[in-house]
Each structure stands twice: as structure tokens, then as C-alpha cells.
Design a protein around this ligand. Structure first.
Ligand code: PLP
Length: 524
């Protein structure tokens, strides 16, 4: 493809992308294809002769579009959002044009330096403590995902604690004795996360080759990790001769958007200085753009790292996970290996940042560009009103649900635009007394026997699951479910870039109609 052909093809592609965005609401949010739909539609091997773009482009609408789940659709209320925007797309175009796996500063100084600048902007915008800025000992780095950020921090934490333990034993770095002892000690290390922490913490422990234990975060604590529950687990580890070295605390858990008790946790950990604390704020961290949420960052000064995905709620296309550390030396001392072919005078001078030492891969994309374009195009004001609007839409959805206690019960929320609900089964008691509260919620005053209560939970789970499956099978809206402490739940997230009040109201109507249908069937 030459420049003229690129010009024509790019115009055609951009026109199609604009048309796609503008017609999104008319599409079915969920794909209706069946597994294996694509291969029979395509040739069984790559073409021998070159094809012009005019022949390639129509296959997007013919073969790819039908197999897309439309994450930008206003009726996409599932998982957490993965938003994008035109400024972000434009930056990706430049990034593709400049392609440079800029692992060292020298590979493309602008790639490294823009990343340092925009991550400082992000840290300030989110109200993170000064310690996480690059002017001191800290700094930010863009990772692919929140899971990658956790794995990186866990490996750094492991190396940090093992280094300290070996130093105490007086062993000399690099000797065989040192290596053997390091292997033995590693078997005692334990990574921790709450029961409600995202599974990436458990996966990180597999990658780091250490043990994993979870800290209870029960319903009565609002699914939050408390200082007391953490202390119990730490003490149990100690009694068993294990060494806790890493902890994920969550700002917005996946199931309910719970926020762990940061201050209490920081207080407990004063007695455990070797535990690296990582704040997983993958989705909800975006709300820190709002001053009214920034009190949450107060305790972070005691923690080691923080990560938030710009690619979830902040209009930046996948991938852009912003990891900040309090001491960048912790990352570089764990992950820096410099063979002769990577050496250069700039790196040797110590005056430049080589982000390859802050991550797992060597090469890296120019992702700072899209964050830069987004921050400049929207401004902090624009991002604040965008997030505030979603939070208000979450409150609206919550108030609609509260208006139908005969059909729905709220398990948690609205929290960061997430409301978690269950469908209320029609029980004989309830039919006699429609205002009877659901047994799974705080307001419940128990006049059931334990067996009846158990049965009520099973009934509630069954109807909630049925409603959820029916809604998604019809495909007008896309929602996700979850099981929290034995309760089957439906999660509704009002944080899609294209969400508006009318879509939230319509989603509620669909839920009402479906719940009435399912419950009515039971009655007939
Ligand atoms: N942490 C939390 C709280 C999440 O909700 C998720 C995913 O939704 C993740 C981590 C993992 O995100 P990623 O896909 O960026 O690894």
C-alpha cells in the first residue's frame, strides 16, 4: 500500500468507524453467532496474490461485525466498561505509524519522556500522594493490564523481602549458598488478597512462585477487608512459620465495588514492614478524578504501589494500565538485567529512565500518546463531569430498583456506578405481605426457621439466574451476573461512554418485564 492508497483507505476506514459509532444503538449489543462461525466464511489459507483495501474492507461488515460484542454500545452494562474515544483512536494511529518498541530511553526518547510526564499528570489528577511522582523516588509506568501490574509488583515484592531476609542471614549475593537459601525461603512466602480481590492476585502468586492466602471480607463488613481480619491472617501465617510479603488492597472490587479499610490496614501493617501493599483500583480508581473521592488516597502514603486502568472508565482504548510506585528502585532492582547488547551511554549515565526495567517484556508500545491526547482533549473538568454523570446514572438506576421492592432487592451499591441486585422470589409469606424484606439483606428480621431461610436463598438464586439468562439471551442489553457469598446477583454498570438516562431507564424496564414474566410463571 503506497501513500496515496493509504490516504484513500484511511478515509474509507475512518468514515466506516464514524458510521459504526453513530449507528451503535441500532445494533444488538451481544453477538448472535455460534462458536466456530468464522473459519467457514474465510479462505483456509492466506491469499497468494495481494488484495486491495477495497476488497478487504467489506469483510469487516460482512464477517467481523456479526461476531463483535459491542462494548461501546450504550446498552453494554456488563463487566466493567472498556471505553475509547476519538482522541485516543487518533493517538493509536500515530503510535502505529511511529512503531518503536521503546524499551530503552535511547530507542525513542519522546516515548519514555512523554510517559513520565503524563503519568505525573495522572497521579496529580487522581490526588495520589507526592511520593508516587517521578520528582522523588517514585514514578509511574504504563503496563498492559491491571493483572500485569500486580504480577510485576509481586515479583518486586518477592525480591525485596528475600533480599532483606538473606541480608539478615549475612549471605553474599550471587553465591551458591545464597541461591540455595533463596529457593528455600521462597517456599515460605505468602501473598495475600481479600476474598473479594480480583483473581489476578491469585494468578500473580502463581507467576511469582509463592503461596497465596485470602483474607475474609464477609457480608457483615460490606465485603471489605478490615484491619482485624487482616491481622488474624497475618498472625496465622506467623504461627505457621510463613512469611507474608505482599498484599492487594482493593479500591472497587469486581463483584461489588467494595473499598477495603485502608486506614485500618495501614495501621496493622506498621508491625509488618516487609509486606508490599498494592492498591488495585483497576476500574474505580478513575473516580479519584473527583475531589469528593480523593480522601480515599490518604492512606496510600503508607502503601507501595497503586494501579488504575485508563482503559476501563477513562476514555482511553485498551491497553493503558497506569502503575505508580513509591520507590522505583524496588522495580528496577528486581527486574533490571543489562546484557551488553542493551547497554548504551545514556543508560550507563543513570540520567535516563529505561522502562524495560519496570515491566515484564522488553519492548513496549507508545501508549503515553493516547493518555496525552485524552487528557488534553477532555481536560480534568471534562473527565470529572463524565465520571460524575455515570455515578449519577448509577444513583438513578438504584432509585428505580428501590421503587420495586416486590421484584428486586439491592445487595450493594450504587458504588462507582455499579449496582448489584437480586430478584425477590414470590414466597407464600411474601404473597401475604408484599413489604416483607428479602432474607439476604440487613433489614431482614428473621421469622423463618433456618431451613426456610436456606430455601428462600435457593429460590432467590434460581429466579435471579433465570431473569439474568433471559435478559442476555434476548440481547437488547448486556449485563453480567456474579455469586457473592452464596448469593446469585445481577450487576448493572452505568459507566459506558455512550450511556444516557434513557438507556438506563430502558434497562430497568427490561429487568422489570423479565422479572414479572419469570415470577408470574412461578405463580401460574
Ligand atoms: N482488578 C479489578 C478490581 C478488576 O475488576 C479487574 C478486571 O475487571 C482486574 C483487576 C483485571 O483487569 P485487567 O484486565 O486489566 O488485568
Amino acid at each position: 500500500m503506497n501513500s496515496q492508497q493509504f490516504r484513500e483507505a484511511a478515509h474509507a476506514a475512518i468514515e466506516e468507524i464514524i458510521e459504526y459509532n453513530e449507528t451503535l444503538p441500532t445494533r444488538r449489543v451481544l453477538s448472535a453467532v455460534t462458536p466456530g462461525y468464522l473459519a467457514p466464511l474465510l479462505p483456509s489459507s492466506a491469499p497468494t496474490c495481494p488484495e486491495p483495501f477495497s476488497q478487504i474492507q467489506p469483510d469487516i461488515s460482512a464477517h467481523i461485525m456479526p461476531g463483535l460484542t459491542h462494548w461501546q454500545h450504550p446498552n453494554f452494562m456488563a463487566f466493567f466498561p472498556a471505553t475509547t474515544s476519538y482522541p485516543s483512536m487518533l493517538a493509536e494511529l500515530y503510535s502505529a505509524a511511529f512503531t518503536a518498541p521503546a524499551f530503552n530511553w535511547l530507542c525513542s526518547p519522546a516515548v519514555t519522556e512523554l510517559e513520565t510526564v503524563v503519568l505525573d499528570w495522572v497521579a496529580q489528577m487522581l490526588g495520589l500522594p507526592e511520593e508516587f511522582l517521578s520528582k522523588g523516588e517514585g514514578g509511574g509506568v504504563i503496563q498492559g493490564t491491571a493483572s500485569e501490574a500486580i504480577a510485576v509488583c509481586m515479583v518486586a515484592a518477592r525480591e525485596r523481602v528475600l533480599g532483606r531476609m538473606l541480608d539478615k542471614e549475612g549471605l553474599k549475593d550471587g553465591t551458591e549458598e545464597w541461591e540455595d537459601r533463596k529457593g528455600e525461603l521462597r517456599g515460605r512466602l505468602v501473598a495475600l488478597g481479600s476474598e473479594q480481590a480480583h483473581s489476578s492476585t491469585q494468578k500473580g502468586a502463581i507467576i511469582a512462585g509463592t503461596r497465596y492466602r485470602s483474607v475474609p471480607a464477609p457480608r457483615q463488613d460490606g465485603f471489605r477487608m478490615t484491619g482485624k481480619n487482616l491481622r488474624d491472617v497475618l498472625e496465622r501465617c506467623k504461627r505457621e512459620g510463613k512469611v507474608p510479603y505482599y498484599l492487594t488492597v482493593s479500591l472497587g472490587t469486581t463483584s461489588t465495588c467494595a473499598v477495603d479499610e485502608f486506614e485500618e490496614i495501614a495501621e496493622v501493617l506498621k508491625e509488618w514492614p516487609d509486606v508490599w501493599v498494592h492498591v488495585d483500583a483497576a476500574y474505580a480508581g478513575a473516580a479519584l478524578v473527583l475531589p469528593e473521592y480523593q480522601h480515599l488516597t490518604k492512606a496510600f502514603v503508607h502503601f507501595d504501589s497503586f494501579d488504575m486502568n485508563m482503559h476501563k472508565w477513562l476514555l482511553t482504548n485498551f491497553d493503558a494500565s497506569c502503575l505508580f510506585v513509591r520507590r522505583r528502585h524496588d522495580l528496577t532492582s528486581a527486574l533490571s538485567i543489562t546484557p551488553s547488547y542493551l547497554r548504551n551511554t545514556f543508560s550507563d549515565s543513570g540520567l535516563v529512565t529505561d522502562y524495560r526495567d519496570w515491566q515484564i517484556p522488553l519492548g513496549r508500545r507508545f501508549r503515553a500518546l493516547k493518555i496525552w491526547f485524552v487528557l488534553r482533549s477532555y481536560g480534568i473538568d471534562g473527565l470529572q463531569s463524565y465520571i460524575r454523570n455515570h455515578i449519577e446514572l448509577g444513583e438513578l438506576f438504584h432509585s428505580l430498583v428501590k421503587g420495586r421492592p416486590d421484584l428486586f432487592s439491592v445487595l450493594t451499591g450504587p458504588a462507582f456506578a455499579l449496582t448489584v441486585i437480586t430478584v425477590v422470589p414470590k414466597r407464600p409469606q411474601q404473597m401475604r405481605n408484599a413489604s416483607k424484606p428479602d432474607p439476604r439483606h440487613e433489614a431482614f428480621t428473621n421469622d423463618f426457621t433456618p431451613d426456610a431461610e436456606k430455601q428462600a436463598l435457593l429460590d432467590a438464586n434460581a429466579v435471579t439466574k433465570e431473569v439474568y439468562e433471559l435478559v442476555n439471551s434476548r440481547g437488547e442489553i448486556f449485563i453480567t451476573s456474579g455469586v457473592v457469598d452464596g448469593t446469585y446477583t445481577i450487576r448493572i454498570v452505568s459507566a459506558n461512554a455512550n450511556t444516557e438516562e434513557k438507556y438506563i431507564r430502558r434497562a430497568f424496564e427490561i429487568l422489570v418485564e423479565t422479572a414479572e414474566e419469570v415470577l408470574g410463571k412461578g405463580e401460574a
